[in-house]
Design a protein around this ligand. Structure first.
Ligand code: HEC
Length: 240
């Protein structure tokens, strides 16, 4: 008899504890209720698919190395996408876009008679010459490099195709525009530490200042490449 009572007490105590826990859970749930925010904080401007792997994520091409090796026939074939708007013959007419004969190395807005956009005029004030880097960036994504340009062309994301195309453009009236000497700082692996350099120093070598000494790059060929941008071969597919 007294044994039964003892077990009743033990049971009762156990149930009471469970009840107390449930009550605490419910009450604290009510007090500390969380609501998912309607708009998440720290909204990062995530690049869209077309931006992934775009040119600025890579080292710019080392023109002194890639231009002499470029495929002019492939570049001429790539120019087919430009031909709807651009003539490139010497003395040829302007179309929807200006004639492009001699544009490589020439001034931005190189055709006196063509009605360029205000956006292009503003760009000219900042970067007056169509050097290899400028053309490359423009052709990759015209409206990103020259916001508001009236060249309605989405861009050519494939780096090897762009290189061939720029080599072809150069062959049409711009062979006098020199190809720069190979630049070790632009070659894959240029950001790796030089011989004997402390690894921490490598971080600065990765900036695209082009100031990395030649020894750093030659050393780089045999050492690990760190987190330098991938070489052109991994660029996003062209969206032509
Ligand atoms: C839909 C028509 C169109 C297509 C396609 C097109 N362009 Fe253009 N392009 C234009 C127009 C229009 C301009 C003038 C832009 C402005 O004034 O903002 C221009 C300007 C340019 C310029 C600057 C010329 C200068 O005198 O400063 C270059 C270089 C150029 N285009 C290269 C190309 C290349 C290379 C391709 C092919 C990959 C191409 N374009 C495709 C219409 C086009």
């Amino acid at each position: 008899m007294s044994g039964d009572l003892k077990w009743n007490k033990i049971f009762g105590a156990g149930l009471g504890t469970v009840f107390a826990i449930l009550v605490v859970q419910q009450v604290s749930g009510a007090i500390y209720a969380t609501h998912a925010p309607e708009k998440m904080g720290y909204l990062v401007n995530v690049p869209d698919e077309a931006d992934a792997g775009a040119a600025e994520a890579e080292l710019p091409p080392d023109w002194g190395t890639v231009l002499p090796a470029a495929d002019l026939a492939a570049g001429e074939a790539a120019f087919a996408r430009c031909q709807a708007c651009h003539n490139i013959a010497a003395g040829g007419p302007d179309g929807i876009g200006p004639n492009l004969y001699g544009v490589v190395g020439g001034p931005v807005m190189h055709r006196a008679g063509f009605a360029y956009s205000d956006a292009m005029a503003a760009h000219k004030a900042e970067a007056p010459t169509w050097g290899y880097d400028q053309l490359n960036t423009f052709i990759t994504a015209p409206n990103r490099y020259v916001p508001g340009t009236k060249m309605s062309f989405a861009g050519l994301r494939d780096t090897p195709t762009r290189i061939n195309l720029i080599a072809y453009l150069r062959s049409q009236g711009s062979t006098g525009f020199a190809i720069p000497a190979p630049d070790p700082a632009r070659q894959p692996g240029a950001a790796a530490p030089a011989e004997g350099a402390a690894p921490a120093d490598a971080a600065t070598a990765g900036t695209e200042s082009g100031a990395a000494p030649a020894e750093a790059a030659t050393g780089a060929a045999t050492t690990q490449t760190g987190d330098v941008a991938p070489p052109a071969a991994t660029s996003a597919p062209s969206n032509d």
